[in-house]
Design a protein around this ligand. Structure first.
Ligand SMILES: Nc1ncnc2c1ncn2[C@@H]1O[C@H](COP(=O)(O)OP(=O)(O)OP(=O)(O)O)[C@@H](O)[C@H]1O
Length: 250
């Protein structure tokens, strides 16, 4: 018996994005042309493909740190479908805070803020009150084994791997509807990488939709329910990790 398709979380249709390189000679670089993708509750879709294929551009368009040239990006919320390309910047910022988690390789924290504050602020944007948010932030940092002595230091003193754990905690605390991951574990040692991958797997199991870029084949094999291979700004292939990536690192 075939499983019913999971309830949709994100529907992307005919997405196009290009950049004009004003500082060179005004030439245009196309990063996405005609991308269609749907992701449902509890699915983990891993984006694969060579460098420059358009994976990060796609994540950034969904997060709307890049505004696409054309196409549709619909987030299915409890209040109904929302076309992200048409929201004002302000409405997008509010929706992003509430419904999207974005974990890149780098932590972007306001100056002079501490890990616990960064993670708690993220939980508050997702609707928790101050006390609940601090509690949830402490749990998230503990789960990722960030030394408690570092919870109230300025984020700028943290190592790359510590920053990355703060970033993962902020992206996943009080889990969002859709989690966007762009190389989230690249700076972690094996034990911390393992904790982070377990956390990401547990979120999918609880219904969070995940859209991820990992250059780490083992992570894709372990986590992805579907792998989508990008090539030259479009989707070249979709299937299971074994179908798309072969048996390497399986
Ligand atoms: N801000 C930008 N300005 C100009 N060109 C850009 C910008 N962002 C992406 N591009 C171009 O768009 C294309 C796709 O880049 P993108 O970063 O999406 O690829 P990727 O598949 O994520 O690559 P990688 O695996 O190396 O991170 C590349 O040719 C890149 O140079």
């Amino acid at each position: 018996m075939t499983q019913p398709a999971p309830e949709p979380v994100l529907t992307v249709r005919d997405l196009h994005k290009s950049f004009t390189l004003h500082t060179i000679d005004g030439r245009t670089v196309t990063s996405l042309h005609g991308v269609d993708l749907e992701i449902g509750r509890g699915e983990h879709v891993a984006l694969a493909g060579p460098s420059g294929a358009g994976k990060s551009s796609f994540l950034r368009c969904v997060h709307r740190s890049y505004l696409p040239d054309s196409g549709s990006i619909v987030l299915h919320t409890d209040a109904g479908p929302v076309e992200l390309t048409e929201l004002s910047d302000r409405a997008m910022a509010r929706l992003r805070g509430r419904e999207l988690g974005y974990v890149s390789q780098f932590l972007s924290a306001p100056p002079r803020t501490a890990p616990l504050e960064v993670v708690a602020a993220s939980a508050r944007r997702r609707g928790m009150d101050r006390a609940e948010a601090r509690e949830a932030a402490a749990d998230a940092l503990r789960r990722l084994a960030l030394d408690e002595a570092l919870w109230d230091v300025d984020c700028s003193v943290l190592s790359g791997g510590e920053r990355q754990r703060v970033n993962i905690a902020a992206g996943t605390v009080h889990p969002p509807r859709l989690l966007l991951l762009d190389e989230p574990v690249s700076a972690l040692d094996p034990a911390n990488r393992e904790r982070a991958l377990e956390l990401i797997a547990s979120l999918s199991a609880s219904g969070v939709a995940v859209l991820a870029v990992f250059h780490d084949l083992d992570a894709m094999h372990r986590l992805a329910t579907r792998v989508v291979r990008f090539a030259d700004g479009h989707i070249a292939e979709t299937g299971s990790a074994t179908d798309v990536l072969g048996d390497a690192a399986a």
